[in-house]
Design a protein around this ligand. Structure first.
Ligand code: ATP
Length: 366
């Protein structure tokens, strides 16, 4: 990877706040500050008296640790440089990536859309059309190191539908999801989005194609405000300011609690609110297919119901949804349940089968 292709994995960034309230992090000996526009700007070498706040001791772990920050492997677009005279092409730039995609990573995805992908249809992709397959997975095999986890997974997701990938712990649901969103490599098989095999595309191209994942564990940037988290979600769309403003409004209509808390640090939100923010941030990435991993995990039942009903609304507004769940309550908003066990699909449930809880339990328990 060339230096020009360097991207910081934001999950590995320690964000600090100085006495002026400026959010910043250190990377490769430089200090980067978060600007009003939500982008990170190079404020100069750490320890350089001319760089703003460079004399501030960061809160938290030793700043030296940030010099070993892992970088993303895929090419990205540059961020603007802060200092006058720096055109962003030299040492004074950093590229951050802000997709909220699986594998726990939040990486910048700022490359141009891949050729052949029609972005005009991204988001608001219309109603459900039975038989119109958006995602087709065949013979998917993958795993970690030498450990096979998926042993030939096959299923389809229809455009405009809500599908739930259901299974017990360790069944391979998250592994499947991370394969789809490109954050985990595929060993064998195909993942076709609108007839195009996206297996091996990686996160950035997949997001460009409209495949966005909200990872398990409500991964928000805790030290950043709700507003900044939303801005970061819209990173790849940032030049389309009209769309971003419109989508922000739409997202805040789904989640009015977030509108009330735009200036609040995400880390101080309740668990339910953080889950809402994680989904909202995913929506800011302009998904056609939104994959939501364990939205219900750790939430009170009443909050789970709220979250599920908002997901239902998002789907009705045109986004195809794949929920990864253990909570059978998700079936109330689903068109299909795809049941997984030990790395394979063992059954699909449709229609009235979805409300037959005895059948669902029996299928889940094998
Ligand atoms: P859960 O609901 O508990 O998250 P899941 O159905 O999503 O379960 P996966 O997370 O896909 O299951 O895990 C499937 C298997 O892969 C498990 O045996 C797990 O231990 C293993 N596994 C998951 N992630 C890794 C990893 N990064 N390295 C090695 N093994 C992993």
């Amino acid at each position: 990877m060339s230096e020009d292709e360097e991207a910081v994995e934001l999950d590995h960034v320690e964000w600090y706040v100085d006495d002026d309230g400026t959010e910043f992090f250190h990377h490769a000996g430089h200090r980067y500050e978060l600007g009003e526009d939500g982008y990170a700007y190079d404020a100069g070498p750490v320890g350089d008296a001319t760089s703003s706040g460079a004399d501030q001791a960061p809160m938290g772990p030793d700043a030296d640790a940030t010099t070993e920050m892992p970088v993303a492997a895929a090419p990205t677009t540059q961020l603007p440089a802060a200092s006058a005279g720096d055109d962003g092409a030299g040492d004074g730039t950093v590229r951050i990536s802000t997709d909220d995609n699986g594998g726990g990573s939040q990486m910048a995805s700022v490359v141009a859309p891949p050729q052949g992908v029609d972005r005009s249809s991204a988001a608001g992709n219309g109603h459900r059309e039975p038989g119109d397959v958006m995602l087709r997975i065949r013979g998917l095999r993958s795993g970690y190191g030498n450990l096979p986890v998926l042993h030939g997974v096959d299923f389809d997701i229809e455009r405009g539908s809500t599908a739930v990938l259901l299974g017990l712990n360790g069944a391979g649901k998250t592994t499947t999801a991370t394969n789809i969103c490109g954050s985990l490599g595929v060993w064998d098989g195909s993942i076709e989005l609108d007839g195009q095999d996206i297996a091996g595309w990686g996160i950035k191209k997949s997001v460009d194609a409209g495949v966005v994942m909200v990872p398990e564990g409500r991964r928000v940037f805790p030290d950043l405000s709700v507003e900044r988290n939303l801005q970061i979600g819209a990173w790849q769309q940032r030049k389309d300011t009209d769309w971003v403003a419109q989508q922000r409004e739409q997202v805040l209509e789904y989640f009015p609690r977030l509108r009330e808390r735009l200036a609040q640090k995400a880390g101080t939100l309740s668990g339910g609110e953080q889950q809402m923010l994680a989904i909202a941030r995913g929506l800011m990435a302009k998904p056609r297919l939104l994959i939501i991993d364990e939205a219900s995990m750790g939430l009170a039942p009443v909050i789970v119901s709220q979250v599920f009903s908002i997901i239902e609304q998002i789907n009705e507004d045109g986004v195809t949804v794949l929920m990864i769940e253990q909570n059978v309550g998700a079936l109330d908003v689903a068109d299909v349940a795809i049941v997984m066990e030990q790395g394979t699909i063992i059954r699909e449930l449709h229609g009235e089968e979805l409300s037959d809880r005895a059948l669902v339990s029996q299928t889940l328990m094998g």
